[in-house]
Write a protein that binds this ligand. Structure first.
Ligand code: PLP
Length: 265
């Protein structure tokens, strides 16, 4: 039974990034900052730093299922966040997990590349997400390069990608950090025909774990009961602040500052 003082639990199914900038650590930090409890199920291990990824290994299906089932049997899961899945088989594994969580909001971050450009899964993984996972997802949060892969439109605009993808999913947030507009345009497309554009100032530099931060925050906001459009706006605003305050712990991309500097007082 959920005790009155326990925070909403968000089940995260993502990869581990040993640099701590992206992946499950990003999920945990972003969710803590929203007042949620993160339950991290590892889908894959990666070898990477803040510059790029050099290798990854997807965990066995049985191990992933066992992790998620242990959490589901023990805690009331209020939302699920998907990050790196790494293989088509993992897409099927997630579907099996979601069959045990009917009605629970699902935020799908279709991770296929690290910020440095290295692969975190073949394009087939993205197609399997589109064909199989989008139907059970509340929202997907691709950046424009990811949306182009998912829509199989290599030069497509956000609008063109959305038109191709909306038959598969109810809500689609295409982030504009990789776009060429002076301000960043983040576009939310809804199957009911409504659209919302959220603009923010473009920050200099490139960031490691920004997509993970956004998708986890959004899952956390939905877990807290926030309505979808408001939750998207809250998640974009929080993510922008983490980028504005980003640190440079390594030799590559900046890492979002998701938590206050000092918790010790
Ligand atoms: N998940 C894992 C495990 C990763 O290693 C990365 C990037 O390196 C990502 C997700 C995606 O990161 P970003 O939020 O920068 O798109």
């Amino acid at each position: 039974m959920k005790t009155p003082n326990s925070r909403p639990v968000v089940l995260c199914m993502s990869g581990h990034d040993p640099s701590g900038g992206a992946g499950l650590q990003a999920d945990i930090e972003a969710l803590l900052a929203q007042g949620c409890h993160a339950a991290p199920t590892v889908t894959a291990l990666t070898v990477q730093d803040t510059v790029n990824v050099s290798d990854f290994r997807v965990l066995d299906r049985d191990w992933v299922l066992a992790q998620a089932r242990a959490v589901i049997a023990d805690m009331p899961v209020a939302a699920v966040k998907l990050g790196m899945l790494g293989s088509v088989e993992m897409v099927e594994t997630v579907l099996e997990v979601m069959s045990q969580l009917p009605g629970v909001p699902l935020v799908c971050d279709p991770v296929l590349r690290a910020g440095g450009g290295g692969s975190l899964g073949k394009d087939d993984v993205g197609y399997a997400m589109r064909e199989r996972l989008f139907a059970v997802s509340t929202i997907a949060t691709p950046n424009l390069p990811e949306a182009r892969i998912l829509a199989e439109l290599p030069q497509g605009s956000a609008d063109e990608c959305a038109e191709k993808l909306l038959p598969f999913i109810e809500h689609l947030l295409i982030t504009g950090g990789h776009g060429d507009e002076a301000e960043v345009h983040n576009r939310l497309y809804c199957r009911d025909g409504s659209r919302h554009t959220f603009t923010c100032a473009r920050l200099p530099g490139s960031y490691h774990g920004s997509g993970c931060t956004l998708a986890s925050t959004l899952a956390g906001r939905l877990a807290l009961g926030e309505e979808l459009v408001s939750a998207v706006k809250s998640a974009l605003d929080y993510t922008w602040r983490t980028l504005r305050d980003a640190e440079e712990p390594g030799h590559g991309q900046y890492v979002p500052r998701r938590l206050p500097l000092d918790f010790s007082q």
